[in-house]
Design a protein around this ligand. Structure first.
Ligand SMILES: NC(=O)c1ccc[n+]([C@@H]2O[C@H](COP(=O)([O-])OP(=O)(O)OC[C@H]3O[C@@H](n4cnc5c(N)ncnc54)[C@H](OP(=O)(O)O)[C@@H]3O)[C@@H](O)[C@H]2O)c1
Length: 214
C-alpha cells in the first residue's frame, strides 16, 4: 500500500513513516515545504537502507497516497487540509490528530465538532475518515526493533475504511480494536491527554493502552 503522511516531518509522522516502510508499505512524507519533506525522507533512508520513503508537499503526498494519514498538530488541519481535499476524495483518511494545548490551563479541550477527527471529516467531506493511532507514542513507533506494546483503537463511519486501517495496524503487529462510529473519536483523543499526563508524572515517554477482557 502507498501511505501518505500529511504533516509527516514531525516526530509522530516520521516514526509512523519508518514503521510502515519497514513493514513493506511505500510511504510519502508530506510537508508545507517539499524540500523539508525530501530531506526528512532522505534521513530515514540513511537510517534504514532501501526503505521506500519519499517526500513531497502535503497536497502532492495526499495525491500519491492510497491511504492518507493526517499527522498535523492541533491547529494544522484547518490551514492545510483544504489544499488536499480533491486528492483525498474517496480515500481512507486516518486522523491521528489530538487537540492538545501544552502550557495552558487545559491540556485537552474537545473541539466544537466533538473531536479533531470530526473536524478532519468536515474539512474533507468526500473522504472516508477513520480515527486511529492517538495512543501510540512517536517514541514507541520509532524504536522499530521492538514490537509496539499497546492496542490500536480505531473508530469511523465506514466498515470498509476501518478494515483498511485494521490491515495497516496488523501489518505493524498491532491488535486492532474497533470502537465504533467516528463520534467516539472525542473519547479516544481524550485518552491521549491521560497518557501524556501519566508520561509526565512517571517520567515516561511511551505509556500506552491495552483493553482487557477481550
Ligand atoms: N508525538 C506523539 O507521540 C503522538 C502520538 C500520537 C498522536 N500524535 C498526534 O499526531 C499529530 C502530530 O504529532 P507531532 O508530535 O508529530 O506534531 P508536530 O511535530 O508538532 O507537527 C507535525 C508537522 O506538522 C507540520 N505543522 C506544524 N505546525 C503546523 C501548522 N500550524 N499548520 C500546518 N502544519 C503544521 C510541521 O511540518 P512542516 O513544517 O514540515 O509542514 C510538523 O513537522 C498531533 O496531532 C499529535 O497530537 C502525536
Amino acid at each position: 500500500m502507498r501511505v501518505a503522511v500529511v504533516g509527516g516531518t514531525g516526530d509522530f509522522g516520521l516514526a509512523l513513516a519508518q514503521r510502515l516502510a519497514e513493514a513493506g508499505d511505500h510511504v510519502v512524507i508530506g510537508s508545507r515545504d517539499a524540500e523539508r519533506a525530501k530531506a526528512k525522507a532522505a534521513e530515514l533512508r540513511d537510517v534504514a537502507h532501501a526503505i521506500p520513503i519519499v517526500g513531497h508537499t502535503n497536497a502532492e503526498a495526499a495525491a500519491l497516497g492510497d491511504v492518507v494519514v493526517v499527522a498535523l498538530p492541533w491547529g494544522g488541519p484547518g490551514a492545510t487540509l483544504p489544499e488536499t481535499r480533491q486528492a483525498c476524495r474517496n480515500k481512507v483518511v486516518v486522523s491521528a490528530v489530538v487537540p492538545l494545548t501544552f502550557g495552558g490551563p487545559r491540556l485537552f479541550t474537545p473541539p466544537p465538532a466533538g473531536s479533531a477527527a470530526e473536524e478532519v471529516q468536515a474539512l474533507l467531506p468526500e473522504a472516508r475518515v477513520v480515527a486511529a493511532f492517538h495512543h501510540i507514542a512517536a517514541h514507541e513507533l520509532a524504536d522499530a526493533e521492538y514490537p509496539i506494546e499497546c492496542d490500536l483503537l480505531i473508530c469511523g463511519q465506514e466498515a470498509a475504511a476501518k478494515e483498511t486501517v485494521t490491515q495497516l495496524g496488523r501489518s505493524l503487529g498491532l491488535r486492532v480494536i474497533d470502537v465504533g462510529a467516528l463520534s467516539n473519536a472525542g473519547p479516544l483523543e481524550g485518552i491521549t491527554a491521560v497518557l501524556a499526563t501519566i508520561n509526565r508524572r512517571y517520567k515516561l515517554k511511551n505509556s500506552g493502552i491495552k483493553i482487557t477482557g477481550l
